[in-house]
Design a protein around this ligand. Structure first.
Ligand code: GDG
Length: 478
Protein backbone atom coordinates (compact mmCIF):
# COMPACT_ATOMS: atom_id res chain seq x y z
CA UNK A 1 0.00 0.00 0.00
CA UNK A 2 1.45 3.37 -1.02
CA UNK A 3 0.79 6.61 0.88
CA UNK A 4 -0.07 9.53 -1.42
CA UNK A 5 0.00 12.90 0.34
CA UNK A 6 -1.45 15.96 -1.38
CA UNK A 7 -0.93 19.49 -0.08
CA UNK A 8 -1.07 22.95 -1.63
CA UNK A 9 2.68 23.39 -1.60
CA UNK A 10 5.23 20.64 -1.99
CA UNK A 11 8.60 21.88 -0.75
CA UNK A 12 11.65 20.98 -2.72
CA UNK A 13 13.64 18.33 -0.83
CA UNK A 14 16.79 20.32 -1.51
CA UNK A 15 15.46 23.63 -0.23
CA UNK A 16 16.92 23.04 3.22
CA UNK A 17 15.62 23.74 6.69
CA UNK A 18 14.50 27.34 6.33
CA UNK A 19 12.05 26.47 3.60
CA UNK A 20 10.02 24.65 6.21
CA UNK A 21 8.74 27.77 7.99
CA UNK A 22 5.20 26.49 8.24
CA UNK A 23 3.63 23.89 10.46
CA UNK A 24 2.11 21.71 7.76
CA UNK A 25 5.34 21.32 5.79
CA UNK A 26 7.30 20.40 8.91
CA UNK A 27 4.77 17.82 10.08
CA UNK A 28 4.28 16.19 6.68
CA UNK A 29 7.97 15.87 6.04
CA UNK A 30 8.36 14.17 9.42
CA UNK A 31 5.40 11.84 8.72
CA UNK A 32 6.52 10.90 5.20
CA UNK A 33 10.15 10.40 6.21
CA UNK A 34 9.05 7.48 8.37
CA UNK A 35 6.88 5.55 5.93
CA UNK A 36 7.86 6.82 2.47
CA UNK A 37 5.41 7.57 -0.34
CA UNK A 38 4.47 10.23 -2.82
CA UNK A 39 3.94 13.93 -2.04
CA UNK A 40 2.01 15.79 -4.72
CA UNK A 41 1.03 19.46 -5.13
CA UNK A 42 1.95 22.92 -6.35
CA UNK A 43 5.64 23.78 -6.69
CA UNK A 44 5.04 27.36 -5.60
CA UNK A 45 6.21 28.39 -9.09
CA UNK A 46 4.29 30.10 -11.86
CA UNK A 47 4.61 29.53 -15.60
CA UNK A 48 2.59 30.61 -18.64
CA UNK A 49 1.73 27.14 -19.90
CA UNK A 50 2.30 24.76 -16.99
CA UNK A 51 2.87 21.07 -17.70
CA UNK A 52 0.10 18.86 -16.30
CA UNK A 53 2.58 16.06 -15.76
CA UNK A 54 4.46 16.82 -12.56
CA UNK A 55 8.22 17.08 -12.15
CA UNK A 56 9.37 14.29 -9.87
CA UNK A 57 12.30 14.38 -7.50
CA UNK A 58 13.01 11.26 -5.49
CA UNK A 59 14.73 11.89 -2.18
CA UNK A 60 15.17 8.99 0.23
CA UNK A 61 11.85 7.17 0.46
CA UNK A 62 9.80 10.14 -0.74
CA UNK A 63 8.89 11.01 -4.35
CA UNK A 64 8.15 14.75 -4.51
CA UNK A 65 5.84 15.59 -7.43
CA UNK A 66 5.36 19.25 -8.26
CA UNK A 67 3.28 21.13 -10.82
CA UNK A 68 3.34 24.86 -11.61
CA UNK A 69 0.31 27.14 -11.79
CA UNK A 70 -0.44 30.03 -14.11
CA UNK A 71 -0.28 33.54 -12.64
CA UNK A 72 -4.08 33.83 -12.75
CA UNK A 73 -4.52 30.44 -11.04
CA UNK A 74 -2.19 31.54 -8.27
CA UNK A 75 -4.03 34.83 -7.90
CA UNK A 76 -7.54 33.39 -7.76
CA UNK A 77 -7.00 30.04 -6.04
CA UNK A 78 -4.19 30.78 -3.61
CA UNK A 79 -4.04 34.53 -2.92
CA UNK A 80 -7.76 35.03 -3.54
CA UNK A 81 -10.18 32.38 -2.33
CA UNK A 82 -7.87 30.32 -0.07
CA UNK A 83 -6.13 33.18 1.69
CA UNK A 84 -8.66 36.04 1.53
CA UNK A 85 -11.80 34.02 2.21
CA UNK A 86 -11.09 30.65 3.76
CA UNK A 87 -8.14 31.58 5.99
CA UNK A 88 -9.79 34.61 7.65
CA UNK A 89 -13.22 32.92 7.95
CA UNK A 90 -11.77 29.78 9.49
CA UNK A 91 -9.95 32.01 12.01
CA UNK A 92 -13.24 33.72 12.90
CA UNK A 93 -12.25 36.97 11.11
CA UNK A 94 -15.15 37.51 8.71
CA UNK A 95 -14.40 41.24 8.61
CA UNK A 96 -11.17 40.51 6.73
CA UNK A 97 -12.72 38.38 3.97
CA UNK A 98 -12.82 39.51 0.32
CA UNK A 99 -15.05 37.19 -1.70
CA UNK A 100 -15.17 37.19 -5.48
CA UNK A 101 -16.90 34.71 -7.76
CA UNK A 102 -13.89 34.71 -10.08
CA UNK A 103 -11.63 33.70 -7.19
CA UNK A 104 -13.99 30.88 -6.22
CA UNK A 105 -14.13 29.67 -9.82
CA UNK A 106 -10.31 29.72 -9.86
CA UNK A 107 -10.23 27.73 -6.61
CA UNK A 108 -12.47 25.03 -8.10
CA UNK A 109 -10.53 25.07 -11.39
CA UNK A 110 -7.16 24.51 -9.72
CA UNK A 111 -8.55 21.74 -7.50
CA UNK A 112 -9.88 20.04 -10.63
CA UNK A 113 -6.63 20.47 -12.54
CA UNK A 114 -4.55 19.05 -9.67
CA UNK A 115 -6.95 16.15 -9.09
CA UNK A 116 -6.95 15.26 -12.81
CA UNK A 117 -3.18 15.34 -12.88
CA UNK A 118 -2.91 13.01 -9.89
CA UNK A 119 -5.78 10.65 -10.85
CA UNK A 120 -4.00 9.40 -13.97
CA UNK A 121 -1.15 7.99 -11.94
CA UNK A 122 -2.99 6.50 -8.95
CA UNK A 123 -2.76 2.79 -8.18
CA UNK A 124 -5.74 0.89 -6.88
CA UNK A 125 -4.20 0.24 -3.45
CA UNK A 126 -2.98 3.80 -2.84
CA UNK A 127 -4.21 5.49 0.30
CA UNK A 128 -4.72 9.19 -0.36
CA UNK A 129 -4.29 11.87 2.28
CA UNK A 130 -5.28 15.45 1.35
CA UNK A 131 -4.19 18.39 3.49
CA UNK A 132 -5.70 21.70 4.39
CA UNK A 133 -8.13 24.35 3.30
CA UNK A 134 -6.71 24.96 -0.16
CA UNK A 135 -7.94 21.54 -1.24
CA UNK A 136 -11.37 21.05 0.37
CA UNK A 137 -13.09 19.89 -2.89
CA UNK A 138 -10.17 17.72 -4.06
CA UNK A 139 -11.76 14.36 -3.22
CA UNK A 140 -15.08 15.27 -4.83
CA UNK A 141 -13.24 15.70 -8.16
CA UNK A 142 -11.37 12.41 -7.67
CA UNK A 143 -14.69 10.63 -7.03
CA UNK A 144 -16.15 12.18 -10.19
CA UNK A 145 -13.18 10.75 -12.05
CA UNK A 146 -14.02 7.30 -10.68
CA UNK A 147 -11.36 7.01 -7.96
CA UNK A 148 -12.51 4.41 -5.42
CA UNK A 149 -9.51 4.52 -3.08
CA UNK A 150 -9.70 5.51 0.56
CA UNK A 151 -9.35 9.28 0.72
CA UNK A 152 -8.77 11.23 3.92
CA UNK A 153 -8.55 14.94 4.64
CA UNK A 154 -6.78 16.71 7.49
CA UNK A 155 -7.67 20.29 8.35
CA UNK A 156 -4.72 22.08 9.98
CA UNK A 157 -6.54 25.28 10.95
CA UNK A 158 -9.65 25.86 13.09
CA UNK A 159 -13.12 24.93 11.84
CA UNK A 160 -15.54 27.62 13.02
CA UNK A 161 -19.19 27.11 14.04
CA UNK A 162 -21.70 27.16 11.17
CA UNK A 163 -22.83 30.63 12.28
CA UNK A 164 -19.41 31.85 11.05
CA UNK A 165 -18.73 29.33 8.28
CA UNK A 166 -22.22 29.92 6.86
CA UNK A 167 -21.23 33.48 5.90
CA UNK A 168 -18.86 32.17 3.21
CA UNK A 169 -20.87 32.59 -0.02
CA UNK A 170 -19.65 29.22 -1.35
CA UNK A 171 -19.93 27.52 2.05
CA UNK A 172 -22.69 25.05 1.19
CA UNK A 173 -20.85 23.86 -1.90
CA UNK A 174 -17.73 23.21 0.16
CA UNK A 175 -19.62 21.35 2.89
CA UNK A 176 -21.30 19.12 0.32
CA UNK A 177 -17.90 18.33 -1.17
CA UNK A 178 -16.72 16.99 2.21
CA UNK A 179 -18.99 13.98 1.64
CA UNK A 180 -16.41 12.56 -0.78
CA UNK A 181 -13.92 11.82 2.03
CA UNK A 182 -13.83 8.65 4.12
CA UNK A 183 -12.23 10.37 7.08
CA UNK A 184 -11.99 14.06 7.97
CA UNK A 185 -9.48 14.88 10.70
CA UNK A 186 -9.39 18.12 12.69
CA UNK A 187 -7.12 19.43 15.42
CA UNK A 188 -9.60 19.47 18.33
CA UNK A 189 -12.94 18.02 19.38
CA UNK A 190 -14.41 21.55 19.17
CA UNK A 191 -13.38 21.87 15.51
CA UNK A 192 -14.77 18.39 14.79
CA UNK A 193 -18.04 19.26 16.52
CA UNK A 194 -18.33 22.52 14.55
CA UNK A 195 -17.89 20.68 11.26
CA UNK A 196 -20.34 17.92 12.19
CA UNK A 197 -23.01 20.42 13.15
CA UNK A 198 -22.36 22.40 9.96
CA UNK A 199 -22.74 19.27 7.84
CA UNK A 200 -25.92 18.17 9.59
CA UNK A 201 -27.58 21.57 9.46
CA UNK A 202 -26.54 22.44 5.91
CA UNK A 203 -26.35 19.29 3.83
CA UNK A 204 -28.90 17.00 5.46
CA UNK A 205 -26.18 14.65 6.65
CA UNK A 206 -27.26 12.31 9.43
CA UNK A 207 -25.30 10.50 12.10
CA UNK A 208 -25.40 6.70 12.36
CA UNK A 209 -25.19 4.64 15.55
CA UNK A 210 -21.42 4.54 15.41
CA UNK A 211 -21.09 8.31 15.28
CA UNK A 212 -20.29 8.46 11.57
CA UNK A 213 -22.05 10.75 9.14
CA UNK A 214 -24.08 9.56 6.18
CA UNK A 215 -24.00 12.03 3.34
CA UNK A 216 -25.29 11.48 -0.19
CA UNK A 217 -25.01 7.69 0.09
CA UNK A 218 -21.51 7.66 1.57
CA UNK A 219 -20.17 7.31 5.11
CA UNK A 220 -17.80 9.94 6.47
CA UNK A 221 -16.03 9.77 9.80
CA UNK A 222 -15.13 13.11 11.41
CA UNK A 223 -12.74 13.09 14.36
CA UNK A 224 -9.99 14.97 16.20
CA UNK A 225 -6.32 14.05 15.67
CA UNK A 226 -4.20 16.73 17.39
CA UNK A 227 -0.95 17.16 15.52
CA UNK A 228 2.37 16.73 17.35
CA UNK A 229 6.09 17.31 16.78
CA UNK A 230 9.23 15.22 16.70
CA UNK A 231 10.16 15.81 20.36
CA UNK A 232 13.58 14.13 20.16
CA UNK A 233 14.60 16.26 17.18
CA UNK A 234 14.02 19.50 19.03
CA UNK A 235 15.62 18.24 22.23
CA UNK A 236 18.71 17.12 20.31
CA UNK A 237 18.94 20.38 18.35
CA UNK A 238 18.68 22.37 21.58
CA UNK A 239 21.28 20.22 23.37
CA UNK A 240 23.80 20.90 20.62
CA UNK A 241 22.88 24.50 19.88
CA UNK A 242 25.60 26.14 21.98
CA UNK A 243 27.99 25.15 19.16
CA UNK A 244 26.13 27.34 16.65
CA UNK A 245 27.57 30.76 15.91
CA UNK A 246 24.21 32.58 15.72
CA UNK A 247 23.06 31.12 19.03
CA UNK A 248 26.34 32.03 20.75
CA UNK A 249 26.16 35.58 19.42
CA UNK A 250 22.63 35.96 20.67
CA UNK A 251 23.57 34.61 24.12
CA UNK A 252 26.51 37.03 24.34
CA UNK A 253 24.42 40.02 23.32
CA UNK A 254 21.83 39.05 25.93
CA UNK A 255 24.29 39.13 28.84
CA UNK A 256 22.41 38.48 32.08
CA UNK A 257 19.10 39.77 30.75
CA UNK A 258 16.11 37.43 30.61
CA UNK A 259 14.84 36.46 27.16
CA UNK A 260 11.16 36.29 26.23
CA UNK A 261 10.66 34.75 22.78
CA UNK A 262 7.93 34.76 20.12
CA UNK A 263 8.24 32.83 16.83
CA UNK A 264 5.49 33.07 14.22
CA UNK A 265 4.94 33.38 10.51
CA UNK A 266 3.81 36.92 9.72
CA UNK A 267 0.07 36.41 10.16
CA UNK A 268 -2.75 38.35 11.83
CA UNK A 269 -4.03 35.16 13.46
CA UNK A 270 -0.86 34.94 15.55
CA UNK A 271 -1.53 38.06 17.63
CA UNK A 272 1.94 39.56 17.12
CA UNK A 273 1.00 43.24 17.54
CA UNK A 274 -1.15 42.43 20.57
CA UNK A 275 1.74 40.43 22.10
CA UNK A 276 4.26 43.24 21.60
CA UNK A 277 1.83 45.66 23.23
CA UNK A 278 1.31 43.22 26.11
CA UNK A 279 5.09 43.14 26.58
CA UNK A 280 5.05 46.94 26.80
CA UNK A 281 2.32 46.74 29.43
CA UNK A 282 4.50 44.28 31.37
CA UNK A 283 7.41 46.78 31.31
CA UNK A 284 5.19 49.62 32.46
CA UNK A 285 3.67 47.55 35.27
CA UNK A 286 7.04 46.16 36.41
CA UNK A 287 9.60 48.98 36.22
CA UNK A 288 12.19 46.74 37.93
CA UNK A 289 12.20 44.65 34.73
CA UNK A 290 13.34 47.55 32.53
CA UNK A 291 16.78 46.84 31.22
CA UNK A 292 16.51 43.26 32.51
CA UNK A 293 14.31 41.51 29.94
CA UNK A 294 14.07 41.49 26.17
CA UNK A 295 11.35 40.32 23.81
CA UNK A 296 12.82 38.63 20.74
CA UNK A 297 10.15 38.28 18.05
CA UNK A 298 11.16 36.15 15.05
CA UNK A 299 8.75 36.52 12.16
CA UNK A 300 9.52 35.17 8.69
CA UNK A 301 7.43 36.85 6.01
CA UNK A 302 4.52 34.98 4.53
CA UNK A 303 1.82 35.71 1.92
CA UNK A 304 3.39 39.13 1.35
CA UNK A 305 1.16 39.80 -1.69
CA UNK A 306 -2.06 39.58 0.31
CA UNK A 307 -2.82 43.21 1.31
CA UNK A 308 -3.81 42.35 4.90
CA UNK A 309 -0.35 40.81 5.47
CA UNK A 310 1.57 43.80 4.12
CA UNK A 311 -0.49 46.04 6.38
CA UNK A 312 0.23 43.82 9.38
CA UNK A 313 3.98 44.10 8.70
CA UNK A 314 3.67 47.88 8.91
CA UNK A 315 1.66 47.74 12.14
CA UNK A 316 4.33 45.57 13.76
CA UNK A 317 7.13 47.90 12.61
CA UNK A 318 5.26 50.84 14.08
CA UNK A 319 4.57 49.13 17.43
CA UNK A 320 8.20 48.00 17.78
CA UNK A 321 9.53 51.47 16.84
CA UNK A 322 7.19 53.20 19.24
CA UNK A 323 7.97 50.91 22.19
CA UNK A 324 11.73 50.94 21.66
CA UNK A 325 11.65 54.72 21.30
CA UNK A 326 9.55 55.22 24.42
CA UNK A 327 11.25 52.71 26.75
CA UNK A 328 14.69 51.84 25.35
CA UNK A 329 17.98 53.23 26.59
CA UNK A 330 21.54 53.50 25.32
CA UNK A 331 22.36 49.93 26.29
CA UNK A 332 18.96 48.25 26.12
CA UNK A 333 16.40 47.78 23.34
CA UNK A 334 13.27 46.16 24.78
CA UNK A 335 11.95 44.53 21.57
CA UNK A 336 14.11 42.89 18.93
CA UNK A 337 12.06 42.18 15.84
CA UNK A 338 13.69 39.95 13.25
CA UNK A 339 11.85 39.49 9.95
CA UNK A 340 13.66 36.44 8.64
CA UNK A 341 13.74 32.66 8.97
CA UNK A 342 16.38 30.66 10.83
CA UNK A 343 17.27 26.99 10.58
CA UNK A 344 15.48 24.65 12.98
CA UNK A 345 18.67 23.98 15.00
CA UNK A 346 19.14 27.73 15.52
CA UNK A 347 15.49 28.14 16.49
CA UNK A 348 15.85 25.33 19.04
CA UNK A 349 18.92 27.07 20.51
CA UNK A 350 17.01 30.35 20.83
CA UNK A 351 14.07 28.58 22.49
CA UNK A 352 16.51 27.01 24.96
CA UNK A 353 17.84 30.41 25.99
CA UNK A 354 14.39 31.89 26.52
CA UNK A 355 13.01 32.06 30.06
CA UNK A 356 9.54 32.60 28.60
CA UNK A 357 7.94 31.31 25.39
CA UNK A 358 5.12 33.67 24.38
CA UNK A 359 2.63 31.87 22.14
CA UNK A 360 -0.45 34.06 22.05
CA UNK A 361 -2.41 33.58 18.80
CA UNK A 362 -5.89 35.12 18.61
CA UNK A 363 -6.96 31.77 17.05
CA UNK A 364 -4.84 28.81 15.91
CA UNK A 365 -5.56 25.26 14.77
CA UNK A 366 -2.86 23.77 16.99
CA UNK A 367 0.41 25.80 17.11
CA UNK A 368 3.59 23.80 16.85
CA UNK A 369 5.82 26.57 18.21
CA UNK A 370 4.29 26.00 21.67
CA UNK A 371 5.33 22.35 21.49
CA UNK A 372 8.77 23.05 20.06
CA UNK A 373 9.50 25.59 22.81
CA UNK A 374 8.71 23.05 25.53
CA UNK A 375 10.69 20.25 23.83
CA UNK A 376 13.75 22.49 23.55
CA UNK A 377 13.94 23.37 27.27
CA UNK A 378 16.61 22.11 29.64
CA UNK A 379 14.67 19.83 32.04
CA UNK A 380 16.96 20.91 34.91
CA UNK A 381 16.15 24.62 34.42
CA UNK A 382 13.21 24.94 32.03
CA UNK A 383 11.55 28.11 30.79
CA UNK A 384 7.82 28.72 31.06
CA UNK A 385 5.28 28.64 28.24
CA UNK A 386 2.60 31.35 28.14
CA UNK A 387 -0.10 30.03 25.83
CA UNK A 388 -3.29 31.44 24.33
CA UNK A 389 -6.46 29.58 25.23
CA UNK A 390 -7.49 29.99 21.57
CA UNK A 391 -4.68 27.77 20.26
CA UNK A 392 -5.66 24.12 19.78
CA UNK A 393 -2.50 23.30 21.78
CA UNK A 394 -4.08 24.76 24.94
CA UNK A 395 -6.30 21.67 25.22
CA UNK A 396 -3.28 19.43 25.50
CA UNK A 397 -0.99 21.74 27.48
CA UNK A 398 -2.80 22.77 30.68
CA UNK A 399 0.56 23.11 32.48
CA UNK A 400 1.39 26.18 30.43
CA UNK A 401 0.23 29.55 31.80
CA UNK A 402 -3.00 29.84 29.81
CA UNK A 403 -4.06 33.37 28.84
CA UNK A 404 -6.68 35.27 26.87
CA UNK A 405 -4.67 37.14 24.20
CA UNK A 406 -7.40 39.76 23.86
CA UNK A 407 -6.60 40.85 27.43
CA UNK A 408 -3.16 42.48 27.24
CA UNK A 409 -3.03 43.05 30.99
CA UNK A 410 -3.57 39.35 31.60
CA UNK A 411 -0.74 38.50 29.18
CA UNK A 412 1.51 41.10 30.88
CA UNK A 413 0.80 39.54 34.29
CA UNK A 414 1.51 36.07 32.92
CA UNK A 415 4.94 37.21 31.64
CA UNK A 416 5.79 38.49 35.12
CA UNK A 417 4.46 35.29 36.77
CA UNK A 418 6.48 33.16 34.33
CA UNK A 419 9.69 35.06 35.11
CA UNK A 420 9.15 34.58 38.85
CA UNK A 421 8.01 30.94 38.91
CA UNK A 422 10.12 28.89 41.36
CA UNK A 423 12.48 26.29 39.88
CA UNK A 424 10.64 23.34 41.35
CA UNK A 425 7.31 24.40 39.90
CA UNK A 426 8.92 25.04 36.51
CA UNK A 427 10.40 21.55 36.53
CA UNK A 428 7.13 19.90 37.48
CA UNK A 429 5.14 21.75 34.85
CA UNK A 430 7.77 21.04 32.22
CA UNK A 431 7.93 17.30 33.03
CA UNK A 432 4.16 16.99 32.66
CA UNK A 433 4.16 18.96 29.41
CA UNK A 434 6.96 16.85 27.91
CA UNK A 435 5.21 13.62 28.89
CA UNK A 436 2.15 14.86 26.98
CA UNK A 437 4.20 15.78 23.91
CA UNK A 438 5.94 12.41 23.88
CA UNK A 439 2.68 10.49 24.16
CA UNK A 440 1.21 12.37 21.18
CA UNK A 441 4.11 13.19 18.92
CA UNK A 442 4.09 13.53 15.14
CA UNK A 443 4.42 9.75 14.64
CA UNK A 444 1.39 9.17 16.84
CA UNK A 445 -0.54 11.78 14.84
CA UNK A 446 0.23 10.30 11.42
CA UNK A 447 -0.03 6.70 12.67
CA UNK A 448 -3.38 7.11 14.39
CA UNK A 449 -4.85 9.09 11.47
CA UNK A 450 -3.74 6.58 8.87
CA UNK A 451 -4.91 3.62 10.99
CA UNK A 452 -8.34 5.26 11.24
CA UNK A 453 -8.36 5.93 7.49
CA UNK A 454 -7.52 2.29 6.76
CA UNK A 455 -10.43 1.22 8.95
CA UNK A 456 -12.86 3.75 7.47
CA UNK A 457 -15.62 2.14 5.43
CA UNK A 458 -16.32 3.28 1.94
CA UNK A 459 -19.87 2.10 1.53
CA UNK A 460 -22.77 3.48 3.52
CA UNK A 461 -24.66 1.06 5.75
CA UNK A 462 -28.31 0.79 4.79
CA UNK A 463 -29.61 1.44 8.34
CA UNK A 464 -29.83 5.02 9.37
CA UNK A 465 -31.48 7.14 11.97
CA UNK A 466 -31.74 10.89 11.87
CA UNK A 467 -29.92 12.78 14.50
CA UNK A 468 -31.42 15.47 16.62
CA UNK A 469 -29.61 18.80 16.89
CA UNK A 470 -28.87 18.08 20.57
CA UNK A 471 -26.84 15.02 19.61
CA UNK A 472 -24.64 17.07 17.35
CA UNK A 473 -24.20 19.55 20.18
CA UNK A 474 -23.15 16.74 22.54
CA UNK A 475 -20.51 15.75 20.00
CA UNK A 476 -19.35 19.35 19.83
CA UNK A 477 -18.97 19.45 23.59
CA UNK A 478 -17.04 16.16 23.80
C1 GDG B 1 -0.64 25.56 10.48
C2 GDG B 1 -1.72 25.95 11.50
C3 GDG B 1 -0.94 24.09 12.98
C4 GDG B 1 8.61 29.48 12.17
N1 GDG B 1 9.61 30.34 11.97
C5 GDG B 1 10.62 29.62 11.47
C6 GDG B 1 10.21 28.29 11.36
N2 GDG B 1 8.97 28.23 11.80
C7 GDG B 1 8.23 26.98 11.93
C8 GDG B 1 7.97 26.69 13.39
C9 GDG B 1 6.82 25.72 13.29
C10 GDG B 1 6.10 26.22 12.05
O1 GDG B 1 6.99 27.05 11.32
C11 GDG B 1 4.87 27.05 12.39
O2 GDG B 1 3.88 26.18 12.78
P1 GDG B 1 2.58 26.63 13.56
O3 GDG B 1 1.87 25.44 14.01
O4 GDG B 1 3.00 27.52 14.70
O5 GDG B 1 1.73 27.56 12.57
P2 GDG B 1 1.25 27.56 10.99
O6 GDG B 1 2.38 27.77 10.08
O7 GDG B 1 0.19 28.59 10.94
O8 GDG B 1 0.66 26.10 10.75
C12 GDG B 1 -1.29 25.58 12.91
C13 GDG B 1 0.00 23.71 11.87
O9 GDG B 1 -0.46 24.12 10.59
C14 GDG B 1 0.24 22.21 11.83
O10 GDG B 1 -0.95 21.52 11.69
O11 GDG B 1 -0.33 23.83 14.23
O12 GDG B 1 -2.33 25.86 13.83
O13 GDG B 1 -2.02 27.34 11.41
O14 GDG B 1 7.27 24.42 13.07
O15 GDG B 1 9.14 26.18 13.97
N3 GDG B 1 10.99 27.30 10.89
C15 GDG B 1 12.24 27.63 10.51
N4 GDG B 1 12.70 28.91 10.59
C16 GDG B 1 11.94 29.93 11.06
O16 GDG B 1 12.40 31.08 11.15
N5 GDG B 1 13.05 26.68 10.05
Amino acid sequence: MRLVVVSNRVPSPRAGEKAAAGGLAVALRDALRERGGLWFGWSGGVSETPERTPRTIVHGQIAYEQVDLTAIDRQEYYLGFANRVLWPSMHYRLGLTEFSRDDFAGYLRVNRMLAESLAQRLRSDDIIWIHDYHLLPFASVLRELGVKNRIGYFHHIPWPPIEVFGAIPAGRHLLEAMGAYDLVGLQTATDAGNLVRGLIETTGAAMDRRGRLRMAGRTVRVDAFPIGIDVDDFRRFADRASGLRLVRQMAQSLGDRRLVIGVDRLDYSKGIVERIEAFERFLVANPQQRGRSILLQITPESRAEVPEYAELGQRIDQAVGRINGAHGGLDWTPVRFVKRAFSRPVLAGLYRHAAVGLVTPMRDGMNLVAKEYVAAQDPADPGVLVLSRFAGAARQMPDALIVNPFDKSEVAEAIQTALCLPLEERRERHARLVAGLEARDVSWWAGSYLAALSRARRRAKPKLRTVARSEADRFAAA
